[in-house]
Ligand binder design. Structure first.
Ligand SMILES: Nc1ncnc2c1ncn2[C@@H]1O[C@H](COP(=O)(O)OP(=O)(O)OP(=O)(O)O)[C@@H](O)[C@H]1O
Ligand SMILES: [Mg+2]
Length: 328
Protein backbone atom coordinates (compact mmCIF):
# COMPACT_ATOMS: atom_id res chain seq x y z
CA UNK A 1 0.00 0.00 0.00
CA UNK A 2 1.32 3.45 -0.80
CA UNK A 3 1.47 5.99 1.97
CA UNK A 4 0.85 9.69 1.63
CA UNK A 5 2.69 12.39 3.49
CA UNK A 6 1.61 15.96 3.79
CA UNK A 7 4.38 18.42 3.19
CA UNK A 8 4.08 22.14 3.75
CA UNK A 9 6.39 24.55 2.04
CA UNK A 10 6.46 28.20 2.84
CA UNK A 11 7.31 30.57 0.01
CA UNK A 12 9.40 33.15 1.83
CA UNK A 13 10.23 31.51 5.08
CA UNK A 14 13.87 30.83 5.75
CA UNK A 15 14.70 27.17 6.02
CA UNK A 16 14.94 26.30 9.68
CA UNK A 17 13.94 23.63 12.16
CA UNK A 18 10.79 25.69 12.67
CA UNK A 19 9.81 24.96 9.09
CA UNK A 20 10.18 21.29 9.85
CA UNK A 21 7.55 21.57 12.53
CA UNK A 22 5.01 22.36 9.86
CA UNK A 23 5.05 18.75 8.76
CA UNK A 24 2.62 16.70 10.66
CA UNK A 25 2.73 13.31 9.09
CA UNK A 26 4.20 10.38 11.00
CA UNK A 27 7.45 10.71 9.04
CA UNK A 28 8.47 14.21 10.12
CA UNK A 29 7.17 13.62 13.62
CA UNK A 30 9.73 10.86 13.86
CA UNK A 31 12.31 13.17 12.36
CA UNK A 32 11.55 15.69 15.08
CA UNK A 33 11.61 12.97 17.69
CA UNK A 34 8.08 13.73 18.85
CA UNK A 35 6.25 11.03 20.72
CA UNK A 36 2.77 11.98 19.63
CA UNK A 37 0.96 14.85 18.01
CA UNK A 38 0.25 16.23 21.47
CA UNK A 39 3.87 16.19 22.44
CA UNK A 40 5.62 19.48 22.19
CA UNK A 41 8.67 19.87 20.03
CA UNK A 42 10.04 21.96 22.88
CA UNK A 43 10.97 25.60 23.17
CA UNK A 44 13.69 25.22 20.54
CA UNK A 45 10.96 25.21 17.92
CA UNK A 46 8.97 28.19 19.10
CA UNK A 47 7.87 30.97 16.80
CA UNK A 48 10.82 33.22 17.56
CA UNK A 49 13.14 30.54 16.24
CA UNK A 50 13.93 32.66 13.23
CA UNK A 51 15.42 35.31 15.50
CA UNK A 52 13.59 38.07 13.75
CA UNK A 53 10.23 39.72 13.89
CA UNK A 54 8.10 39.06 10.79
CA UNK A 55 7.92 42.05 8.49
CA UNK A 56 4.49 43.60 8.36
CA UNK A 57 3.38 43.70 4.74
CA UNK A 58 0.68 45.90 3.26
CA UNK A 59 -0.93 49.10 4.52
CA UNK A 60 -1.90 49.14 8.18
CA UNK A 61 -4.14 48.75 10.03
CA UNK A 62 -4.89 45.48 8.31
CA UNK A 63 -8.56 44.59 8.65
CA UNK A 64 -9.19 40.86 8.18
CA UNK A 65 -12.46 38.99 8.53
CA UNK A 66 -12.35 35.35 9.65
CA UNK A 67 -15.20 33.59 7.90
CA UNK A 68 -16.33 30.17 6.69
CA UNK A 69 -19.95 29.86 5.65
CA UNK A 70 -20.45 26.60 7.54
CA UNK A 71 -20.72 26.83 11.30
CA UNK A 72 -18.44 25.17 13.81
CA UNK A 73 -15.38 24.79 11.58
CA UNK A 74 -13.07 26.86 13.81
CA UNK A 75 -13.48 30.60 13.02
CA UNK A 76 -13.48 31.71 16.65
CA UNK A 77 -10.64 29.32 17.54
CA UNK A 78 -8.64 30.76 14.63
CA UNK A 79 -9.41 34.37 15.62
CA UNK A 80 -8.30 33.77 19.21
CA UNK A 81 -5.13 31.87 18.36
CA UNK A 82 -3.98 33.97 15.42
CA UNK A 83 -4.85 37.15 17.33
CA UNK A 84 -2.78 36.17 20.35
CA UNK A 85 0.05 34.89 18.13
CA UNK A 86 0.17 38.29 16.43
CA UNK A 87 0.22 39.98 19.84
CA UNK A 88 3.07 37.73 20.94
CA UNK A 89 4.96 38.70 17.81
CA UNK A 90 4.71 42.29 18.99
CA UNK A 91 1.82 43.58 16.88
CA UNK A 92 -1.14 45.39 18.37
CA UNK A 93 -4.37 43.56 17.70
CA UNK A 94 -8.06 44.27 18.21
CA UNK A 95 -10.29 41.22 17.82
CA UNK A 96 -13.92 42.09 17.09
CA UNK A 97 -16.53 39.46 17.90
CA UNK A 98 -19.15 40.17 15.25
CA UNK A 99 -21.14 37.03 16.02
CA UNK A 100 -24.13 38.96 17.31
CA UNK A 101 -26.27 36.94 19.72
CA UNK A 102 -23.96 33.90 19.74
CA UNK A 103 -20.72 35.53 20.73
CA UNK A 104 -18.11 33.25 22.26
CA UNK A 105 -14.72 34.75 21.48
CA UNK A 106 -14.72 36.22 25.01
CA UNK A 107 -15.11 32.69 26.42
CA UNK A 108 -12.27 31.26 24.34
CA UNK A 109 -10.04 34.08 25.52
CA UNK A 110 -11.14 33.76 29.15
CA UNK A 111 -12.28 37.40 29.12
CA UNK A 112 -16.03 36.88 29.61
CA UNK A 113 -16.11 38.43 33.09
CA UNK A 114 -14.42 41.59 31.90
CA UNK A 115 -16.84 42.53 29.08
CA UNK A 116 -18.93 45.32 30.61
CA UNK A 117 -19.80 47.25 27.47
CA UNK A 118 -20.26 46.33 23.83
CA UNK A 119 -20.09 48.18 20.51
CA UNK A 120 -23.89 48.51 20.61
CA UNK A 121 -23.54 50.43 23.91
CA UNK A 122 -21.03 52.71 22.17
CA UNK A 123 -23.46 53.33 19.31
CA UNK A 124 -26.27 54.01 21.79
CA UNK A 125 -24.08 56.59 23.50
CA UNK A 126 -23.96 54.63 26.77
CA UNK A 127 -20.16 54.44 26.89
CA UNK A 128 -17.00 55.46 25.06
CA UNK A 129 -15.31 53.10 22.60
CA UNK A 130 -12.25 52.66 24.83
CA UNK A 131 -14.56 51.50 27.66
CA UNK A 132 -15.89 48.71 25.46
CA UNK A 133 -12.39 47.46 24.64
CA UNK A 134 -11.15 44.69 26.92
CA UNK A 135 -7.39 44.53 27.21
CA UNK A 136 -5.89 41.07 27.70
CA UNK A 137 -3.80 40.94 30.87
CA UNK A 138 -1.47 38.30 29.42
CA UNK A 139 -0.66 40.29 26.25
CA UNK A 140 -1.55 43.93 26.72
CA UNK A 141 -1.30 44.65 22.97
CA UNK A 142 -4.32 42.41 22.42
CA UNK A 143 -7.81 43.85 22.91
CA UNK A 144 -11.29 42.42 22.46
CA UNK A 145 -14.39 44.24 21.31
CA UNK A 146 -17.76 42.47 21.44
CA UNK A 147 -20.52 43.83 19.23
CA UNK A 148 -23.37 42.84 21.47
CA UNK A 149 -24.40 41.03 24.60
CA UNK A 150 -24.89 37.24 24.38
CA UNK A 151 -28.34 36.13 23.19
CA UNK A 152 -29.23 39.61 21.95
CA UNK A 153 -30.70 40.11 18.50
CA UNK A 154 -28.99 42.12 15.78
CA UNK A 155 -30.39 45.59 16.53
CA UNK A 156 -32.35 47.20 13.76
CA UNK A 157 -30.16 49.56 11.85
CA UNK A 158 -26.96 47.79 12.85
CA UNK A 159 -25.27 46.84 9.61
CA UNK A 160 -22.15 47.25 7.52
CA UNK A 161 -22.15 51.05 7.87
CA UNK A 162 -22.25 50.88 11.67
CA UNK A 163 -19.40 48.37 11.71
CA UNK A 164 -17.38 50.54 9.32
CA UNK A 165 -17.88 53.43 11.72
CA UNK A 166 -16.65 51.30 14.63
CA UNK A 167 -13.63 50.02 12.68
CA UNK A 168 -12.78 53.55 11.52
CA UNK A 169 -12.99 54.77 15.12
CA UNK A 170 -10.66 51.95 16.19
CA UNK A 171 -8.24 52.91 13.42
CA UNK A 172 -8.19 56.55 14.44
CA UNK A 173 -8.11 55.84 18.17
CA UNK A 174 -5.20 56.87 20.42
CA UNK A 175 -3.24 53.70 19.61
CA UNK A 176 -3.84 52.57 16.04
CA UNK A 177 -3.74 48.77 15.92
CA UNK A 178 -1.69 46.83 13.38
CA UNK A 179 -4.48 44.29 12.94
CA UNK A 180 -8.24 44.32 13.36
CA UNK A 181 -9.56 40.75 13.20
CA UNK A 182 -13.31 40.30 12.76
CA UNK A 183 -14.78 36.99 13.90
CA UNK A 184 -17.68 36.45 11.51
CA UNK A 185 -20.88 34.54 12.29
CA UNK A 186 -21.72 31.37 10.35
CA UNK A 187 -24.01 31.59 7.34
CA UNK A 188 -24.32 34.17 4.61
CA UNK A 189 -27.14 36.34 5.93
CA UNK A 190 -27.18 39.85 7.40
CA UNK A 191 -24.62 39.10 10.13
CA UNK A 192 -22.14 37.82 7.55
CA UNK A 193 -22.67 40.79 5.23
CA UNK A 194 -22.18 43.17 8.16
CA UNK A 195 -18.99 41.42 9.34
CA UNK A 196 -17.29 41.43 5.94
CA UNK A 197 -18.14 45.05 5.05
CA UNK A 198 -15.15 46.81 6.72
CA UNK A 199 -12.63 44.09 5.81
CA UNK A 200 -9.86 44.44 3.23
CA UNK A 201 -8.80 40.82 3.44
CA UNK A 202 -10.31 37.51 4.51
CA UNK A 203 -9.20 34.34 6.21
CA UNK A 204 -11.51 31.58 5.09
CA UNK A 205 -11.58 28.67 7.55
CA UNK A 206 -12.69 25.30 6.26
CA UNK A 207 -12.49 21.69 7.27
CA UNK A 208 -11.66 19.05 4.66
CA UNK A 209 -15.22 17.87 4.16
CA UNK A 210 -17.55 18.36 1.28
CA UNK A 211 -20.23 20.38 3.14
CA UNK A 212 -17.72 22.90 4.51
CA UNK A 213 -16.11 23.17 1.08
CA UNK A 214 -19.35 23.91 -0.71
CA UNK A 215 -20.10 26.69 1.79
CA UNK A 216 -16.52 27.97 1.58
CA UNK A 217 -16.80 28.17 -2.20
CA UNK A 218 -20.04 30.15 -1.93
CA UNK A 219 -18.50 32.50 0.63
CA UNK A 220 -15.43 33.02 -1.58
CA UNK A 221 -17.73 34.22 -4.36
CA UNK A 222 -19.55 36.59 -2.02
CA UNK A 223 -16.28 38.00 -0.65
CA UNK A 224 -15.04 38.63 -4.17
CA UNK A 225 -18.33 40.34 -5.08
CA UNK A 226 -17.80 42.56 -2.05
CA UNK A 227 -14.39 43.59 -3.42
CA UNK A 228 -12.28 41.46 -1.05
CA UNK A 229 -9.65 39.98 -3.33
CA UNK A 230 -7.08 38.95 -0.73
CA UNK A 231 -8.59 35.68 0.52
CA UNK A 232 -6.42 33.05 2.14
CA UNK A 233 -7.63 29.84 3.65
CA UNK A 234 -6.93 27.83 6.74
CA UNK A 235 -7.71 24.14 6.57
CA UNK A 236 -8.63 23.07 10.08
CA UNK A 237 -9.08 19.74 11.84
CA UNK A 238 -6.87 17.85 9.41
CA UNK A 239 -6.13 14.22 10.25
CA UNK A 240 -3.26 12.67 8.34
CA UNK A 241 -4.27 9.16 9.45
CA UNK A 242 -7.62 9.63 7.66
CA UNK A 243 -5.95 11.22 4.64
CA UNK A 244 -3.57 8.28 4.39
CA UNK A 245 -6.48 5.87 4.49
CA UNK A 246 -8.19 8.04 1.86
CA UNK A 247 -11.05 8.68 4.29
CA UNK A 248 -10.43 12.42 4.36
CA UNK A 249 -9.80 14.83 1.54
CA UNK A 250 -6.18 15.94 1.34
CA UNK A 251 -5.19 19.58 1.78
CA UNK A 252 -4.03 19.54 -1.81
CA UNK A 253 -7.51 18.46 -2.93
CA UNK A 254 -9.05 21.25 -0.84
CA UNK A 255 -6.69 23.77 -2.36
CA UNK A 256 -7.45 22.57 -5.87
CA UNK A 257 -11.20 22.76 -5.23
CA UNK A 258 -11.19 26.25 -3.75
CA UNK A 259 -8.23 27.71 -5.64
CA UNK A 260 -7.20 29.85 -2.68
CA UNK A 261 -3.78 30.62 -1.24
CA UNK A 262 -3.08 28.53 1.84
CA UNK A 263 -2.38 30.39 5.07
CA UNK A 264 -2.17 27.38 7.35
CA UNK A 265 -3.10 23.80 8.02
CA UNK A 266 -4.20 22.98 11.55
CA UNK A 267 -4.30 19.39 12.73
CA UNK A 268 -7.20 17.97 14.71
CA UNK A 269 -6.01 18.27 18.28
CA UNK A 270 -7.86 17.42 21.50
CA UNK A 271 -5.83 20.17 23.15
CA UNK A 272 -7.88 22.73 21.15
CA UNK A 273 -11.04 21.58 22.93
CA UNK A 274 -9.30 21.55 26.31
CA UNK A 275 -7.96 25.07 25.81
CA UNK A 276 -11.38 26.27 24.57
CA UNK A 277 -12.99 25.05 27.76
CA UNK A 278 -10.29 26.59 29.94
CA UNK A 279 -10.48 29.98 28.21
CA UNK A 280 -6.76 29.73 27.56
CA UNK A 281 -5.92 29.81 23.84
CA UNK A 282 -3.74 27.03 22.57
CA UNK A 283 -0.88 29.24 21.42
CA UNK A 284 -0.25 30.27 25.04
CA UNK A 285 0.34 26.65 26.07
CA UNK A 286 3.81 25.90 27.28
CA UNK A 287 5.16 23.80 25.73
CA UNK A 288 3.16 24.49 22.56
CA UNK A 289 1.26 21.70 20.85
CA UNK A 290 1.50 21.01 17.15
CA UNK A 291 -1.84 22.76 16.47
CA UNK A 292 -0.56 25.76 18.45
CA UNK A 293 2.59 25.88 16.33
CA UNK A 294 0.48 25.62 13.18
CA UNK A 295 -1.57 28.66 14.31
CA UNK A 296 1.64 30.58 15.07
CA UNK A 297 2.99 29.82 11.61
CA UNK A 298 -0.29 30.93 10.05
CA UNK A 299 -0.01 34.21 11.99
CA UNK A 300 3.54 34.66 10.73
CA UNK A 301 2.38 34.18 7.14
CA UNK A 302 -0.52 36.57 7.68
CA UNK A 303 1.91 39.28 8.78
CA UNK A 304 4.16 38.81 5.77
CA UNK A 305 1.27 38.18 3.34
CA UNK A 306 2.92 34.87 2.65
CA UNK A 307 1.29 31.55 1.82
CA UNK A 308 2.29 27.91 1.83
CA UNK A 309 2.03 24.97 -0.49
CA UNK A 310 0.65 21.58 0.38
CA UNK A 311 2.28 18.82 -1.58
CA UNK A 312 1.41 15.18 -1.50
CA UNK A 313 4.40 12.89 -1.71
CA UNK A 314 3.42 9.43 -2.75
CA UNK A 315 5.82 6.77 -1.64
CA UNK A 316 6.37 3.91 -4.03
CA UNK A 317 5.34 0.58 -2.57
CA UNK A 318 8.32 -1.31 -1.18
CA UNK A 319 9.81 -3.73 -3.67
CA UNK A 320 9.29 -7.27 -2.57
CA UNK A 321 12.67 -8.91 -2.96
CA UNK A 322 13.81 -12.42 -2.31
CA UNK A 323 13.99 -11.99 1.45
CA UNK A 324 10.46 -10.67 1.63
CA UNK A 325 9.28 -14.24 1.25
CA UNK A 326 10.89 -14.84 4.59
CA UNK A 327 9.46 -11.75 6.19
CA UNK A 328 12.57 -9.65 5.33
N1 LIG B 1 -8.06 21.88 15.23
C1 LIG B 1 -9.04 21.51 16.07
N2 LIG B 1 -8.97 20.31 16.72
C2 LIG B 1 -9.95 19.94 17.57
N3 LIG B 1 -11.05 20.67 17.83
C3 LIG B 1 -11.19 21.85 17.21
C4 LIG B 1 -10.20 22.34 16.30
N4 LIG B 1 -10.61 23.56 15.84
C5 LIG B 1 -11.79 23.82 16.44
N5 LIG B 1 -12.15 22.80 17.26
C6 LIG B 1 -13.36 22.71 18.08
O1 LIG B 1 -14.48 22.89 17.23
C7 LIG B 1 -15.51 23.57 17.91
C8 LIG B 1 -15.98 24.75 17.07
O2 LIG B 1 -14.93 25.70 16.99
P1 LIG B 1 -15.25 27.26 16.85
O3 LIG B 1 -16.20 27.71 17.89
O4 LIG B 1 -13.94 27.94 16.75
O5 LIG B 1 -15.97 27.24 15.44
P2 LIG B 1 -16.75 28.45 14.73
O6 LIG B 1 -16.53 28.28 13.26
O7 LIG B 1 -16.36 29.73 15.33
O8 LIG B 1 -18.26 28.10 15.13
P3 LIG B 1 -19.55 29.07 14.87
O9 LIG B 1 -19.86 28.96 13.41
O10 LIG B 1 -20.60 28.45 15.73
O11 LIG B 1 -19.15 30.45 15.27
C9 LIG B 1 -14.96 23.99 19.27
O12 LIG B 1 -15.42 23.08 20.24
C10 LIG B 1 -13.45 23.85 19.09
O13 LIG B 1 -12.80 23.52 20.29
MG1 LIG C 1 -17.59 31.28 16.22
Amino acid sequence: MTSLHLLHLSRNAPSSPYLLSSFFSPFPLKTLNLKSKHTSPGPALCVLQWNRKPELAGPTPRVAVITSGKGGVGKTTTTANIGLSLARLGFSVIAVDADVGLRNLDLLLGLENRVNYTAIDVLNGDCRLDQALVRDKRWSNFQLLCISKPRSKLPLGFGGKALIWIVDSLKSGPSTPDFILIDCPAGIDAGFITAITPANEAILVTTPDITALRDADRVTGLLECDGIKDIKMIVNRVRTDLIRGEDMMSVLDVQEMLGLALLGVIPEDAEVIRSTNRGYPLVLNKPPTLAGLAFEQAAWRLVEQDSMKAVMIEEAPKKRGFFSFFGG
